[in-house]
Design a binder for this molecule. Structure first.
Ligand code: B12
Length: 380
């Protein structure tokens, strides 16, 4: 028998600190938190629910920033509903996971047996563009564990067993995509994957994941600017505190501070205005129905992003290189080239590549190099 004190101690370790940044690593986390909070306060920024979740899960809170963001989000949701007649169909399993997670956290009604079937092992559900999507698997685990935690009815043995089997399959697949530095999928899926591993730790094969190694690797990327995109920061931060989306309603750790968030405006480092120009090769290809393939070379200032290359090509020859985009939480999402539109429901989209390698960042963030071959490809 454990003493009550021992029990509370274990609960504290398990509930608040499964594997989290230590005092020495705190400046990295503070940098990211400030970067994200700064974006939330920028008047032109799209209000981002992931940012609000991350702020809520932080140990240091600014209730003032949270309140202002919540107000912006509510207004944005109403505006969207007024302007959108498309019913916003769910187009992938990541979104299904997100919706079920929200429903479960808000005590909505759902059928555990349908959820157990919905997330059954099936490669098609968890693959995007021919690649296993660790992000999708992570959300499916978080949603199912949330549902499982609400199932205290003894009659639900079968559903419980199915969910356990689904989660075990997803964990195995996810860990097959772990690099030897501890990255799960890629840099941008690792934060949510860590959350999934935290909540499903009872299903983990002992020794199959070294949390400290993963944490050290993602932390080492922060100074390189890898997570400077506020959405990337928001998806990573909760795992740095050892917390998850399942904690949003129930975290009440004694270390949490009410309104002591030391928000400071980050010094804006103005990028050195380079005089140098670089030349890149740019191609747009419809490899879905093979209607066109056009190439050109464009000259742009050094340190330009992919989007700048697309604009330069469009200016040079709008007939061949005209394109459209939509502003999203991750930045500009390319929706069409030469009027050929991406189709979310059928998973046909404009893919970004450098040579043959798909980019892990969007057009608004990927910095191009001299002599690089850039490709925008219409594909499934
Ligand atoms: C589903 C998905 C896709 C689908 C989207 C269409 C569909 N069928 O729904 C497809 C496969 C087409 C796709 C494409 C790309 N994606 Co994607 N995608 C996702 C995923 C798994 C879920 C997004 C989602 O549904 N969110 C929930 C809904 C409710 O929010 P939403 O804001 O409405 O979501 C929309 C946007 O996120 C947008 N979108 C999807 N991916 C990307 C990527 C970028 C850079 C932008 C600006 C927008 C965008 O499409 C979503 C659906 O409409 C995320 C994972 C994650 N952790 O966020 C990766 C993710 C956002 N994608 C990523 C990337 C890199 C891309 C590509 C740039 C890949 C490439 N080399 O071409 C392209 C975008 C190119 C372009 N045209 O601009 C990265 C972004 C990382 C970063 N730092 O920018 C993520 C985080 C995956 C990862 N771990 O690397 N994606």
């Amino acid at each position: 028998m454990r003493s009550p004190l021992e029990f509370i101690f274990l609960l504290l370790i398990k509930g608040c600190l499964p594997c989290a940044v230590n005092e020495d690593q705190q400046p990295l986390e503070t940098y990211l938190l400030n970067k994200m909070a700064q974006s939330a306060m920028a008047s032109e920024a799209l209000p981002n629910p992931n940012v609000l979740l991350a702020l809520r899960l932080a140990q240091d809170h600014s209730l003032n920033i949270e309140r202002r963001l919540l107000k912006k989000l509510s207004k944005d949701a109403i505006d969207r509903m007024k302007n959108d007649n498309s019913n916003n169909p769910l187009t992938n399993y990541y979104q299904l996971g997100l919706s079920i997670l929200a429903l479960c956290q808000l005590q909505g009604t759902f059928s555990p047996s349908q959820i157990a079937d919905l997330f059954s092992p099936d490669e098609k559900k968890y693959y995007l563009s021919g690649q296993f999507s660790v992000d999708t698997a992570a959300l499916a685990i978080l949603a199912q564990i949330c549902v499982q935690n609400t199932m205290n009815d003894a009659a639900l043995v079968k559903e419980n067993r199915t969910i356990s089997a689904n989660v075990q399959w997803l964990l195995k697949k996810m860990l097959e995509h772990k690099s030897n530095r501890g990255i799960i999928g890629n840099m941008y899926s690792t934060g949510e994957a860590m959350q999934a591993l935290f909540v499903a730790d009872k299903y983990l094969v002992p020794g199959s994941w070294n949390c400290t190694q993963t944490l050290a690797t993602v932390l080492s990327e922060i100074p390189k600017g890898t997570f400077d995109n506020p959405m990337a920061a928001a998806q990573l931060l909760p795992s740095l505190w050892g917390r998850t989306y399942l904690d949003v309603n129930r975290f009440n750790c004694s270390k949490d501070k009410g309104d002591h968030f030391t928000y400071f405006a980050l010094q804006q480092i103005m990028p050195f205005a380079s005089q140098r120009s670089i030349t890149v090769m740019y191609t747009v290809t419809d490899s879905y129905s093979n209607r066109f393939s056009e190439s050109t070379t464009v000259t742009v200032p050094e340190s330009s992003v992919f989007f700048r290359v697309m604009e330069a090509a469009q200016e040079k020859d709008p007939k061949k290189f005209r394109f459209t985009y939509e502003q999203s939480q991750w930045g500009p999402y390319i929706t069409s080239v030469q009027d050929l539109r991406a189709d979310n429901e059928n998973c046909i989209y404009w893919k970004l590549l450098s040579g043959k390698t798909p980019l892990s960042k969007g057009a608004g963030e990927y910095v191009v190099s001299d002599g690089e071959s850039l490709l925008v490809k219409f594909t499934t």
